[in-house]
Design a protein around this ligand. Structure first.
Ligand code: PLP
Length: 465
């Protein structure tokens, strides 16, 4: 109890020279708030503590804690992470890192004025949606294009515009949930469209769609089952057949492609994902996909399709609520130009990481091991290093069953538990996210970006010292 009586007042704390110096930098209310939090936290601990402290010791404990609270508060929450997991599109790690060009476009748009909604030729108001529409139609063969906040928004807008108050037919095998609460039935509900399920979980035939069509049918909806695979005794109607039937019955077909890739990656074993161009060519009337998955751009929902539907969507009130900002448009333009007249395999990080040859990765892993070894030898925790073959993943819900043959460095050490070391690495700046395999820590080299390697060496040397 003596401890609690020894807690100084906030005024006493404010008078301390350590705090006085802070008051010249930060607002007084903020510092008072930090001190209160520090006092409250310490009070809780003192209640449980058996040790007694004098007034000076308690003041110092509070000041020490306040320092920590302050530095956490002002360092911001969104931190750089080095991704050594080998998962290229890690939704928890912000999905696609942008290309240099995308970043340059974005930076220019961020710090200067621009013609976001201004027609420079005519000197009149323009539309923000015009900027990437030409690029998108040129690249994909679609008649029209519209970009919104993300793919969930794209699906919502499409359904709301074309099928509000009417019926949408979906196969039971495609009633998908994407991580983070995107569920087709829920989105359908939010859009005001009525879901009509056909077929079974594992088998749906064209005749099932046929039987469900009536005068209330507004749309045939096909979702790419991007994050799982139904194998064995299963059957889904191909987009070609669905598009053909839609055309014959005069009902539009919407394809939620999910990932949306523009370059054919068959040579790298990635053949399950239809390209955007293929989906358009097949005859889908509306195609939607994410900007920050396999495209490798900023978060966005890209809607492609027949001019008349795109125009209807542009007029929908929802579009205003789902619209993208100038930074997204700029980053997307920078990314798409790379596909039109650049070199995506070289310059779009996601595509580059997906198309690295195992031999290249083995070399990268060898180099990392060579540089790491001298930093870790002679330490008390004897660290065993090895270059190992491992399996990387595309991530972002794409190619759920496909494993990319990769390489990495495995570290086995004693003196510190694997979990403890992994946590310490996560709490560094930048944070390092590693993988665990049995008793070893794995650093997959595929997802290390330029400049990451030096940091990884420094971090591992520090934590395993
Ligand atoms: C990822 C995904 C979505 C959601 O896209 P966001 O851009 O994350 O909103 C929707 N449908 C499919 C098939 C997806 O793969």
């Amino acid at each position: 109890m003596a401890n609690l009586r020894n807690i100084p007042s906030i005024d006493d704390l404010l008078a301390r020279p350590e705090i006085q110096s802070k008051l010249s930098v930060y607002r007084r209310e903020f510092i008072v708030d930090v001190l209160r939090q520090a006092v409250n936290e310490l009070r809780e601990e003192l209640r449980k503590s058996k040790q007694t402290y004098d007034k000076e010791q308690i003041s110092n404990l509070i000041l020490h804690r306040a320092d920590k609270i302050l530095s956490t508060a002002v360092s911001g929450s969104l931190k750089r992470v080095i991704n050594a997991t080998g998962v290229v599109l890690h939704t928890n790690l912000g999905r696609a890192p942008l290309s240099d060009q995308a970043f340059q476009y974005m930076q220019a748009a961020a710090q200067k004025y621009n013609n976001l909604e201004f027609d420079l030729d005519e000197g009149v108001r323009g539309s923000r949606y015009d900027h990437v529409e030409d690029l998108l139609t040129r690249l994909t063969g679609a008649e029209g294009a519209l970009v919104v906040n993300n793919n969930a928004a794209a699906v919502l807008l499409g359904l709301s515009t074309i099928a509000q108050g009417r019926e949408v037919i979906v196969s039971r095998g495609q009633l998908i949930e994407i991580g983070g609460a995107f569920r087709i039935p829920e989105v359908m509900k939010a859009s005001g469209a009525r879901l009509v399920e056909v077929g079974t979980t594992n088998r749906t035939y064209l005749k099932d769609y046929e039987a469900a069509i009536n005068e209330e049918t507004a749309l045939l909806f096909s979702a790419h089952t991007s994050n799982y695979k139904i194998m064995g005794f299963s059957e889904e109607v191909g987009l070609t057949d669905l598009a053909e039937m839609g055309q014959a019955r005069n009902i539009p077909v919407m394809h939620d492609l999910g990932s949306g890739i523009l370059v054919d990656l068959v040579d790298w074993g990635l053949q399950d994902e239809p390209t955007v161009q293929a989906s358009i060519k097949t005859g889908a009337d509306i195609v939607t996909f994410s900007g920050d998955k396999l495209l490798g751009g900023p978060q966005a929902g890209i809607i492609l399709g027949r001019k008349k539907y795109i125009e209807q969507m542009k007029k929908n009130q929802l579009t205003r609520a789902l619209r993208v900002d100038k930074l997204t448009i700029a980053a997307l333009e920078g990314t798409l130009l790379e596909y039109l007249c650049g070199n995506p395999r070289q310059n779009v990080p996601v595509i580059k990481m997906l198309t690295m040859h195992p031999e290249q990765l083995r070399e990268k892993a060898e180099q990392l091991k060579e540089k790491l070894a001298p930093k870790l030898t002679g330490n008390a925790q004897r660290c065993k290093l090895a270059v190992v073959a491992l399996e990387d993943m595309v991530g972002g819900g794409a190619y759920p069953t496909y494993r990319l043959p990769g390489f990495g460095v495995s570290l086995a050490f004693s003196g510190k538990s694997l979990d403890k070391a992994a946590r310490e690495l996560r709490l560094m700046e930048p944070a390092l996210l590693t993988r665990k395999q049995e008793d070893s820590m794995l650093i997959s080299v595929r997802t290390l970006l330029p400049g990451d390697e030096e940091e990884v060496i420094r971090q591992l040397a520090q934590v395993l010292r």
